[in-house]
Design a binder for this molecule. Structure first.
Ligand code: SF4
Ligand code: SF4
Length: 446
């Protein structure tokens, strides 16, 4: 990709531009940050943000470019002096940010405090499921169905907190007897609606409800034929029937995604799964690191397995299939972080960084896999000290806190850290110190 005009403008402002694999770093020395240069930087960010695999802005207080705050890499540096300004008092980053750099050439009035709101709330609407998947976290048929009144209260809280999207999950959400009412209530609040389903119990009425109310659907796909599907899910529904359902949903829903947890079957039969994906033509294929209890057969995914999968995903991407590992993995587990940046979405959607999950038992939790009760009120749950620690990277290796992959990687998975070290704030078991340090050296070299 070429960025001639903007790059020339930025270079004229003495802004350092460096590229490390797929990450572009804009190094913004304090003397280069002026009201005029901020306009150009903002313009650059708006124009190219979606086209660059990973764009990082270094040395810029996030309050000067609030919309880009997740891509800003701003931390205390030795020899610099910082102060607290008026905006810091209401800024969501105040506990992790060193404050306003005194050598900036911008009036402090230009700072806009960062307001963190969840991008999505996931609601577990039922504990019932017609399948018994080996990787599932829910105890089978636990918890009944959520009451319509509870969902209405949650939606009201979401609107008050400016949350733009709601996702219904389960169990199997299509088993909720009042699903139509729940979805139409979400739509009446102008929310973007997402729904997770196994797509095995789709009749005409349910299809019509989906078509009318669902904007974005994630369908789990764990097999590529009858026997492989049944081995993973114990599905009583023939695979051919599920595929017919998926095709109908593909035509009816604006965005249809397919999700597959990594299993020995996937690793062994990759081409057969790819053939199914090519038939469905989903908007994206999301591959998931197994997070819950060991899959049947006590399988775990090795580093080598992930490297193999990443290579295969790169090949698929080159053929126009949008396929990624969609949950948390440390980017430094790859010697070449550009592979991670191109094939992994990172932890941003997990662990309470950008969304919360309503547990059917009556409280918010950080993710499907972190059984931590953050309370029943959305605004309090979102500001819970536990999440503050997770978002600030408390307890993580020093390399994480200055790492240029931080904006997406977030130190990998908190659920996996807990599983291996009994602490949600420990390093991800797949964290690789030497790879993390190698990357830091490349960026700090003059
Ligand atoms: S804490 Fe203060 S200096 Fe830091 S981003 Fe927020 S407003 Fe800006
Ligand atoms: S050093 Fe930390 S933030 Fe960076 S890639 Fe590794 S785990 Fe992720």
């Amino acid at each position: 990709m070429t960025l001639p005009q903007s790059l020339t403008e930025l270079a004229r402002l003495n802004i350092g531009i460096s590229r490390h694999y797929s990450t572009i770093l804009l190094d913004l020395p304090a003397q280069s940050i002026t009201p005029r240069s901020l306009i150009i930087i903002n313009d650059f960010w708006q124009r190219y943000n979606n086209q660059i695999v990973c764009l990082v802005l270094h040395n810029l207080p996030p309050c000067l470019l609030p919309r880009a705050f997740r891509q800003i890499h701003y931390y205390r540096q030795t020899g610099r002096r910082y102060q607290r300004i008026a905006a810091c008092r209401s800024c969501a980053l105040a506990t992790s940010c060193p404050g306003w750099d005194n050598s900036l050439y911008v009036p402090t009035e230009q700072a806009q405090p960062i307001v963190l709101t969840p991008t999505e709330v996931v609601i577990e609407i039922t504990g019932h499921c017609n399948l018994d998947c080996g990787y599932c976290t829910q105890a089978k048929n636990s918890g009944g169905h959520i009451a319509v009144g509870t969902v209405q209260q949650l939606l009201t809280q979401m609107v008050r907190s400016h949350v733009p999207a709601v996702r219904f999950t389960g169990g199997e959400p299509l088993l909720h007897p009042k699903l139509s009412e729940l979805l139409s209530c979400a739509k009446s609040h102008n929310l973007y609606t997402l729904l997770n389903t196994n797509a095995t119990i789709l009749d005409g009425k349910r299809l019509e409800i989906m078509a009318r109310h669902v904007d974005n659907m994630l369908v789990s796909l764990q097999g590529f034929n009858d026997s492989s599907d049944r081995a993973m899910t114990f599905s009583p529904v023939p695979f051919s029937q599920k595929m017919r359902n998926v095709q109908k949903l593909r035509s009816a829903i604006p965005t249809l995604r397919i999700g597959t947890v990594i299993t020995p079957a996937l690793l062994k039969n990759w081409d057969k799964y790819v053939a199914i994906i090519k038939t469905i033509r989903p908007h994206s294929w999301e591959i998931f690191r197994p997070m819950s209890t060991p899959l049947r057969g006590r399988h775990s995914v090795s580093r080598a397995n992930y490297h193999t999968i990443a290579g295969r995903l790169l090949a698929l991407n080159q053929h126009g299939i949008n396929a990624k590992i969609a949950n948390a993995l440390p980017f430094c587990m790859f010697p070449d972080t550009s592979i991670a940046a191109s094939t992994m979405l990172g932890a941003l959607s997990d662990d309470g960084h950008s969304r919360l999950v309503w547990d059917l038992r009556g409280f918010f939790k950080p993710s499907y896999f972190i059984d931590k009760d953050l309370g029943p009120k959305l605004s309090d749950a979102w500001k819970h000290p536990f999440l503050d620690k997770v978002r600030n990277g408390a307890g993580l290796p020093a390399e994480c806190l200055t790492c240029l992959c931080w904006s997406r990687c977030r130190g990998g998975s908190r659920a996996q850290a807990y599983k291996h070290y009994r602490s949600y704030h420990a390093r991800d078991p797949l964290f690789d110190r030497s790879s993390a340090r190698r990357q830091a050296r490349v960026f700090t070299a003059p």
